[in-house]
Design a protein around this ligand. Structure first.
Ligand code: NAD
Length: 518
């Protein structure tokens, strides 16, 4: 479990604790009108692609961020062939050399911090704080996986049997990996997957979410600048059909996927139905959550509300770890709900580039429509406790969704993950706690759980009964620091191994016996 308050130190920059804040904000503002471009990259070349298409910001549909040339399924096949051609050569490169490339990448991202922050704000609609955290996490992934890859290659696994014979095992790359990433962590998850696969000697074809292709392309340029051979990493840009072309191909040794649970199901099926399954690929799938916070009567209501605001509404609720279901013991429920109502009235929605903005837009119209439909579908059986209004300036030409706290009658009203700023509320009696945990488990997801209690026995009981990947006690339930708090779920929320943890790199490799001695 993760106790306490905020994130511990990370290797990335922390601008809000030093005196560099004002010059930094000015530096970010210099990129407020930059136009970025993105296209496929196969051996560093742009293939003959479709026409360039403009990309607009989710917080203002007339604000252009750049332009993109989308890829075709044929580009996906060409990229896979190129990755397969270079695989053996890349596997021969010393692990220290591969790790050095990612250390240089981490440094380059810090040099280009202002630009990357501006790009995350403008293309992904992330607030300033979220954008800084995004770059920090990406920096951490590059350093951490670089260091871990060296560690596992320098210390082969040794097993001594009962007769004293020592068997040594070393790790070898699996081959070509397809890395498919979501838009909600457009730099950190994109780079986390790629760095893990490349640093262990695999070659990669990456397909970022279409909504954040500009960020992915800029990261690719920086990686090439950091010294990554262009034949080791290839990029294709597009939506599901391009992803499907990649996962159904026979050259693929592994797929690292982060995204929704329904897409993970498609990919499972596609991998199982490949025409020649002589080497079944490995699938790492990190997926959605239906995350609860359980608050007992000993909890501090003010602390609970502070943590609910962050867990439910930061990043406009667009985090896999975000709070979806707040369950409060009835003795303190009215107090907590009253405070929550007041606090939600203070949230500020708006332009993510402005310092005062708490909540930015949702990513696009598809997401907005789906979220609005969820409220409509819940309909008369629910009561809206509080809803932060969308300022008039952002009601047209932008995709904002009002942060909403919704009182449910029962947990049955909650189905699949709704990826936005909605927190559903339930109350329970003390003697109903075991049944409540059982019902939450029965949803099948298992990503994060928040517990608020000053009773250690209750907190330990809830933690022991819940089936989740990460538990957060008396704090908000978003965020995990690479190398310190490995992150990932179980059940419908993911296959593991946890990202940013010591076992992650192992999945990208085969364990092979390398010698026998006394
Ligand atoms: P998504 O499933 O719609 O898309 C994810 C990626 O898969 C995108 O690149 C998309 O283009 C691609 N894709 C879509 N259909 C495909 C197909 N048939 N074959 C191959 N690729 C395909 O998810 P999203 O909307 O981009 O991201 C939000 C989701 O990601 C949420 O469900 C969230 O909970 C989850 N998420 C999970 C974690 C985690 O660590 N568990 C982290 C971040 C986000």
């Amino acid at each position: 479990a993760i106790y306490g308050s905020e994130r511990p130190a990370s290797t990335g920059p922390n601008l809000f604790i030093d005196s560099q804040a004002t010059p930094f904000l000015q530096a970010v503002a210099q990129f407020h009108t930059t136009q970025w471009q993105a296209s496929a990259s196969i051996n560093g070349q742009t293939p003959q692609t479709s026409a360039w298409q403009p990309v607009y910001a989710p917080w203002d549909h007339s604000h252009q961020v750049g332009q993109i040339a989308w890829s075709s399924p044929e580009d996906a096949h060409a990229a896979l062939n190129a990755a397969a051609d270079y695989q053996a050569a890349w596997a021969q490169v010393a692990v220290t050399e591969r790790a050095d490339i990612f250390r240089r990448m981490a440094q380059l991202m810090q040099t280009h911090l202002a630009e990357l922050v501006a790009l995350c704000q403008r293309e992904a609609g992330k607030t300033l704080q979220d954008s800084i955290d995004e770059v920090r996490e990406a920096v951490d992934f590059c350093y951490y996986y670089g260091a871990r890859a060296q560690e596992i290659s320098e210390q082969p696994l040794e097993i001594t049997d009962l007769t004293g014979v020592i068997r040594r095992y070393q790790r070898q790359p699996r081959g070509v990996w397809v890395c498919i990433s979501p838009w909600n962590f457009p730099l950190a998850i994109f780079l986390g997957q790629i760095s893990a696969a490349l640093v262990t000697g695999n070659t990669v074809v990456a397909k970022p979410a279409p909504q954040t292709s500009l960020i992915a392309y800029r990261a690719l340029e920086l990686l090439y600048q950091a010294g990554l051979p262009k034949q080791a990493l290839h990029l294709v840009l597009g939506a599901g059909e391009v992803g499907a072309a990649l996962t159904s191909a026979t050259q693929v040794a592994g797929v690292a996927f982060t995204g929704s649970t329904p897409t993970a199901r498609h990919i499972y099926r596609a991998l199982a139905q490949r025409p020649q399954i002589d080497t079944p690929p490995v699938l790492i799938a990190e997926t959605g959550g239906q995350n609860a916070m359980i608050v007992d009567s000993t909890a501090l209501p003010e602390q609970v509300v502070k943590d609910v605001l962050l867990s439910g509404f930061a990043s406009a609720g667009q985090r896999c770890s975000a709070l979806r279901l707040l369950c409060v013991q009835e003795d303190i429920a009215e107090r907590v709900f009253d405070l929550l109502q007041g606090a939600m009235a203070e949230l500020r929605l708006g332009d993510p580039r402005e310092l005062a903005t708490d909540v930015g837009p949702v990513i696009d119209q598809v997401a907005q429509t789906k979220l609005e439909a969820h409220l409509t579908n819940l309909g008369a059986k629910t009561h809206i406790l509080a809803q932060t209004p969308i300022p008039e300036a952002y009601q047209q030409q932008a995709t904002f969704v009002a942060p909403t706290a919704i009182r449910l009658q029962s947990l049955d009203q909650l189905g699949e993950e709704e990826f936005g700023p909605f927190v559903h509320l339930l109350t329970y009696r003390a003697n109903e706690l075991p049944q409540l945990i059982q019902q939450i488990n029965a949803k099948g997801y298992g990503l994060t759980l928040g517990i608020h209690s000053r009773n250690e026995t209750t907190a330990a009981y809830i933690e022991a009964c819940a089936r989740v990947g990460n538990t957060y006690i008396n704090r908000n339930q978003i965020g995990a620091v690479v190398g310190v708090q490995p992150f990932g779920g179980q059940g419908l929320s993911g296959t593991g191994p946890k990202a940013g943890g010591p076992h992650y790199l192992a999945s990208f490799t085969h364990l092979v016996e390398c010698g026998v001695g006394d």
